[in-house]
Design a protein around this ligand. Structure first.
Ligand SMILES: NC(=O)c1ccc[n+]([C@@H]2O[C@H](COP(=O)([O-])OP(=O)(O)OC[C@H]3O[C@@H](n4cnc5c(N)ncnc54)[C@H](OP(=O)(O)O)[C@@H]3O)[C@@H](O)[C@H]2O)c1
Length: 143
């Protein structure tokens, strides 16, 4: 992937890995970085274009695609970990995690795929977890 001259949108760019991605992308030759966050006022990087974006809110995702029609590289970084156990944990916690980490990322892909296509192609980077390569045993319930 050629970062040079790319126009990148990074989700969750206000802290953690997302902030580091946005910073490095600028240093490595991206023409523009749309640094997005649920609370845009928390983005503190110089040189980026700041946009509000909650990936779990379809209206917010649509608005971001309208506001950033020049994107050629999407970095789907925003994510949460509630720690909710799939079997015994709160279903609301599980739903919240899926709405963000699965449907949030998917919503971004669906909204930005046409944007990338209009700009001649491009790439989508989905930031996942190494845990996605592993299966884990659910402990046998004791009676
Ligand atoms: N760090 C690791 O060791 C590790 C390991 C495996 C996977 N990952 C994955 O890597 C990505 C970044 O991890 P991190 O460690 O940098 O996490 P982090 O420090 O907890 O940051 C998470 C980022 O996602 C944003 N976010 C959460 N929900 C959002 C939503 N609905 N809409 C928009 N932004 C939202 C947060 O914004 P707020 O500030 O508004 O909360 C924050 O900017 C995540 O997808 C995570 O699952 C990280």
């Amino acid at each position: 992937m050629d970062i040079n001259d790319s126009v990148v949108l990074v989700t969750g760019a206000n802290r953690g890995l997302g902030r580091a991605f946005a910073q490095r992308l600028l240093e490595r030759g991206a023409r523009k970085v749309h640094a997005t966050a649920r609370r845009p006022e928390t983005v503190d990087l110089p040189g980026v274009e700041v946009l509000p974006l909650d990936i779990a809110d379809p209206a917010s995702v649509r608005a971001a695609a309208k506001a950033a029609p020049d994107v050629t590289l999407l970095v789907n970084n925003a994510g949460i970990q509630t720690g909710a156990d799939l079997v015994t944990g709160s279903l609301d916690g599980v739903r919240h995690e899926l709405e963000t980490n699965v449907f949030g990322h998917l919503g971004m892909i669906r909204e930005f795929a046409p944007v990338l296509a209009r700009n001649g192609g491009g790439a989508i980077v989905n930031v996942l977890s190494a845990m996605s390569w592993f299966g884990s045993r659910v402990p046998t319930p004791t009676t």
